[in-house]
Design a protein around this ligand. Structure first.
Ligand SMILES: [Zn+2]
Length: 319
């Protein structure tokens, strides 16, 4: 089932009521029919319009239980509007923008919705990149809440992997890295790229063991005529400049270091679907993944797991 609205008029026709939204979630969460989260039973019947009762164990489940919509007091239609707005804007939307469009009273609410949706932008078990892949790191400037609430400028290290399809940019993977050491870079490469792919990097020693871990490794050294990094890794640097522009334009560069990873997920989600024929397809994917990832209570959005502080700029050749 890949039914989705292609424009705002169709959106209104698809989702006129709470029931229509709920029915859509049911189809996306259980495409092969109901499945009880407690016992795996495949037979259930509706109770009071919003619940399913398992025929085997008698447990009652709602379609939103165990998803990012769990325990929400917000109508599903408002969530659907938020997801439509987030995916129909080519460059995304800031919390302030979402607050205005939906008429939400508090900025904090709009902010937490966007962060919940970002959690759904990474598909669980997504495929790794294959074929020819350029890999590099870059420093991104950000703000950090320092002592006494003052905002401090920080630099965050980000790993970038770009699959090259012919002469074009293919899919990408981005990750906030604690440092540019071999363990950090290797973990990123192994999560992002299939073994036996051709990984193209610069001469940084952090990448030296790639071959031992099953990758073909092409190294370009910046020797000879002084080549700029953008000539060495043209595809990576094209992605980096788009990423920087997006952070500045949509989020005014005000992305905190502790939340950067989720903004990278959003950028990746958009970038990898930039050629989708319809924005509705992005909406469909977002809803589909929203019922596949677990809930993210507000406290967990704020109480982030802090990464160890970077060891300092050991490798500046990538910016
Ligand atoms: Zn059951």
């Amino acid at each position: 089932m890949e039914e989705y609205p292609r424009n705002l008029a169709e959106f209104d026709r698809f989702f006129p009521t709470e029931d229509a939204c709920r029915a859509y979630l049911v189809r996306l969460r259980w495409p092969d029919g109901f499945c009880c989260p407690a016992c795996g039973g495949r037979t259930g019947w509706p109770v009071r319009a919003v619940l399913f009762e398992c025929a085997a164990c008698g447990r009652q489940t709602s379609v939103t239980a165990g998803t990012i919509f769990q325990d929400t007091r917000t109508p599903l239609r408002t969530w659907f509007h938020a997801m439509w707005w987030v995916t129909s804007q080519k460059t995304g939307v800031s919390a302030l923008g979402l607050q205005r469009v939906l008429g939400v009273r508090s900025y904090k609410t709009a902010w937490s919705w966007l962060h919940k949706l970002r959690r759904a932008m990474v598909r669980p078990g997504r495929d790794r990149l294959t074929g020819r892949v350029e890999v590099d790191e870059t420093y991104l400037g950000g703000v950090h809440h320092g002592r006494y609430g003052r905002q401090v400028q920080t630099q965050s290290l980000v790993g970038i992997a770009v699959q090259i399809d012919g002469a074009c940019l293919g899919r990408i993977r981005l990750r906030r890295l604690p440092d540019a050491s071999t363990p950090s870079l290797l973990a990123f490469v192994q999560d992002a790229i299939e073994p036996d792919s051709l990984v193209h990097t610069d001469g940084w020693v952090g990448y030296a063991p790639l071959r031992r871990h099953g990758y073909r490794h092409q190294i370009t050294y910046p020797q000879g005529q002084a080549k700029s990094p953008s000539q060495l890794m043209p595809h990576v640097h094209q992605v980096v400049s788009l990423l920087k522009r997006w952070l500045l334009a949509t989020h005014h560069g005000a992305v905190t270091d502790e939340h950067l990873a989720y903004y990278l997920d959003e950028f990746t989600f958009r970038f990898n679907r930039r050629r989708a024929r319809s924005r509705g397809k992005l909406f469909f994917r977002l809803v589909q993944q929203a019922v596949a990832v677990g809930p993210a209570p507000y406290e967990s959005l704020v109480r982030y797991a802090r990464l160890p502080p970077p060891r300092g700029p050991q490798h500046l050749g990538a910016t």
